[in-house]
Design a binder for this molecule. Structure first.
Ligand SMILES: [Zn+2]
Length: 90
């Protein structure tokens, strides 16, 4: 008597590959960082924990986000400092 090999269904395979969440690639981050910065600068709840986690761990994307904040703040004539602090604040 032998044990039949277990098959990994596509659904379970996809679930396994999602286990590293929150995780974003730099491309994903780039696509969403505008929205993230908008929320940060609006001063309300930001959400998007995967993006925040990415910014904490990725200097290149964090720099991109900081540049966006500085740009928008200059456009709007507001102080960028609070938003810069909120970018990666828990
Ligand atoms: Zn990145």
């Amino acid at each position: 008597m032998s044990i039949p090999p277990r098959k990994l269904s596509l659904e379970n395979a996809l679930r396994l590959t999602l286990d590293a969440e929150p995780w974003l690639s730099c491309d994903d981050c780039f696509e969403q960082v505008d929205r993230y910065v908008e929320r940060v600068m609006a001063g309300g709840p930001v959400g998007m924990p995967a993006l925040r986690a990415h910014l904490v761990g990725c200097a290149a994307c964090a720099e991109e986000a900081r540049s966006l904040v500085l740009l928008v703040a200059a456009d709007d004539g507001v102080d960028p400092a609070p938003s810069l602090r909120r970018l990666t604040a828990p």
